[in-house]
Design a protein around this ligand. Structure first.
Ligand SMILES: Nc1ncnc2c1ncn2[C@@H]1O[C@H](COP(=O)(O)OP(=O)(O)OP(=O)(O)O)[C@@H](O)[C@H]1O
Ligand SMILES: [Mg+2]
Length: 227
């Protein structure tokens, strides 16, 4: 079933956070989810060892350049959603994972410097499309944005992406305490202690909207491919 790959050459862009949010939201809806933690620093694996991981969510972290394609294919054959979290630095796992992706999500913070890296990531996806002769849908995801204010920088970057036909997800993952807390306490947003973490309901709403949009994009792409 669909494979969603989180990639961006920019360290700290929000790949692991967004991957875990998507995975936990999909699992909360009852779907079987496998996250492949392809980052040698193993952030997702560390999260999964904390309490509260949904039963339908598995984390696989013993992957290498040699095994990543096989691992994705094995998981995709038996799980409703496969999510791959890649490391920021160059690795051959990046093109291999992209070659098997139904959607590559490129998280980026809303600054010009970050946007340049997002464009580089999109370019890399295009290269893999040529190399592997497959179509690889990709979209930018703005992360760590402000829920209250919408800086002019963000609007100008969006305009730049639109002018260059770079797809951007409508949902932005705002800068939320709860998203950071997930990696401190483990589990899901719903399992966080609302007394010690700020505004959990708003974070849940934000993450749900993100997961819903990803599912809609996957569906639309599948229909497009079948047409
Ligand atoms: N939407 C968000 N709200 C609050 N904090 C966030 C958000 N997204 C990311 N962060 C924080 O930013 C930092 C980097 O995020 P994360 O580890 O997800 O990025 P990454 O792209 O996976 O980094 P790396 O390239 O090192 O793998 C972390 O401290 C994380 O808690
Ligand atoms: Mg990461």
């Amino acid at each position: 079933m669909p494979t969603i790959v989180f990639a961006s050459p920019k360290g700290g862009a929000g790949k692991s956070t967004s991957a875990v949010l998507l995975a936990t939201e999909l699992a909360a809806g009852g779907a079987g989810v496998a996250i492949i933690d392809a980052d040698p620093n193993k952030p997702v694996s560390r999260w999964s060892k904390l309490p509260g991981r949904p039963a339908s969510l598995a984390v696989i972290d013993d992957v290498s350049e040699r095994t990543i394609i096989r691992t994705i294919e094995e998981q995709a054959a038996r799980t409703a959603f496969v999510i791959v979290d890649l490391e920021g630095t160059a690795s051959r796992m990046i093109p291999y994972a992209m070659s098997r992706a139904d959607l590559v999500i490129i998280p980026t913070r809303g600054s010009v410097l970050d946007a340049v890296e997002a464009v580089a990531a999109i370019r890399e996806v295009k290269q893999q499309e040529e190399a592997f002769r497959v179509s690889i849908p990709a979209a930018v995801l703005f992360t760590c944005t402000s829920a209250a204010i919408r800086p002019r920088t963000l609007s100008s970057i969006e305009a730049e992406f639109a002018a260059n036909n770079v797809p951007v997800l409508r949902t932005r993952l705002h800068d939320r305490d709860a998203f950071r807390a997930l990696f401190s306490f483990g589990g899901t947003l719903a399992g966080l202690d609302a007394a010690s973490v700020r505004n959990v309901p708003a974070a849940m709403e934000n993450a749900q909207a993100f997961a819903k949009e990803v599912v809609a994009v996957l569906r639309a792409n599948r229909k497009g491919a079948a047409a």
